[in-house]
Design a protein around this ligand. Structure first.
Ligand code: ATP
Ligand code: MG
Length: 325
């Protein structure tokens, strides 16, 4: 039995701190802790079709996310980085899975309801997102899927589909497990809601330094005066700072909050510089990669070949099981 870790991010905009802690850092942490046979990392460009209806924009975002991932310095001997759309068997599997779930079941998806409530078009791609995601996960017999808390229900849907398939057609799919780091399960955005591209409340990892500084200044706080004691546990500035700073730095900031010795303005200035420092090496590496598009294309082609190798082996057996062959 092989041990496969899989993760993907939609190219719907620029990478933000929430994506880094929810979906990228866990891959780095996990790969340091566990011996995986393979780590599959994909750019979920098919998923993005439900919101991006312009070819050039989607291509640009796709390229952006591929560069973002590569700037993480992943171990490319073990990791395959590829585009979701390069795996031909995927949409076939999603088509098979569509027959194993009911409309009523998918209507319970929080992410779908949330997206529609926030003004997203309720198209079939959006509604069926969890089924395509189940195909993403199950096609490679993934064991572990690092995600943010917001994706937990989608992993449960993938588990349900795997079990349903197994009981209908015979034991085949591995039941995947989510990997959710509790301290970073939901990274807060500028307005205190979940940081999300859709909410336009993000701090992007690779945006210009001054733009990061300006965004941090917009973080919502209460209206306490500079010398008033403040609550570090409910403050949106602190929530992000805690992810990036050392325990000594956090303790110092907390004590200044409690004793009323720091203004929100100063806390924001400290946070902005901490963000820039934390992501400095990734930011530099990404600049270098930007100069080398051939290298990026080469990595994606190699990744697609490796992904397809697993996908093709599995889809052959799936076709046999369901009677398509
Ligand atoms: P969209 O608004 O288009 O859904 P998003 O900003 O929520 O975009 P996704 O592409 O949905 O980002 O998420 C990619 C990955 O990042 C997922 O694994 C998700 O769980 C994780 N993630 C996204 N936002 C956060 C967050 N605020 N905190 C922790 N993890 C997050
Ligand atoms: Mg999301």
């Amino acid at each position: 039995m092989s041990n496969i870790c899989l993760t993907g991010i939609q190219p719907t905009g620029k990478l933000h701190i929430g994506n880094y802690f929810g979906a990228m850092k866990p891959i780095l942490d996990l790969s340091n802790q566990t011996e995986f046979d393979k780590i599959l990392v994909f750019v979920a460009n098919l998923h993005s079709l439900n919101s991006i209806k312009d070819g050039d924009t989607l291509r640009a975002y796709t390229q952006d996310i591929a560069l973002d991932y590569l700037s993480l310095d992943l171990d490319l001997t073990k990791t395959s980085l590829f585009l979701q759309s390069d795996i031909r068997a995927l949409t076939e599997l999603a088509c098979i899975f569509n027959n194993l779930v009911t409309v009523a079941y998918l209507e319970r998806s929080h992410a779908y309801k949330d997206a529609v409530d926030n003004g997203k078009e309720a198209n079939m791609g959006l509604f069926d997102y969890p089924v395509l995601m189940a195909a993403d996960i199950l096609l490679y017999q993934s064991n572990i899927v690092p995600v943010g808390q917001d994706q937990k229900q989608h992993i449960e849907i993938a588990q349900t589909i795997a079990k349903k398939f197994n009981s209908q057609y015979g034991q085949f799919f591995t039941i995947p497990k989510p990997y959710i780091q509790t301290n970073t399960a939901i990274v807060k955005g500028l307005d205190g809601r979940k940081m999300s591209k859709s909410y336009k409340n993000t701090i992007e990892i690779f945006e210009p330094a001054d733009s990061i500084r300006a965004k941090v200044m917009k973080i919502t706080t209460d209206s306490k005066a500079p010398n008033e004691p403040k609550d570090p546990d409910t403050c949106n500035i602190m929530a992000i700072y805690k992810l990036l700073a050392s325990s000594e730095q956090i303790a110092e900031m907390e004590s200044r909050y409690i004793s009323g010795q720091i203004s929100y303005k100063e806390a924001k200035e400290i946070l902005a510089e901490t963000i820039l420092e934390f992501f400095q090496s990734m930011r530099t590496r990404r600049q270098e990669l930007l100069q080398n598009p051939e290298y990026v294309a080469e990595i994606l082609a190699k990744g697609a070949k490796e992904g397809n190798l697993i996908a093709e082996t599995n889809i052959q057996q799936i076709r046999q099981l369901v009677g398509l062959k």
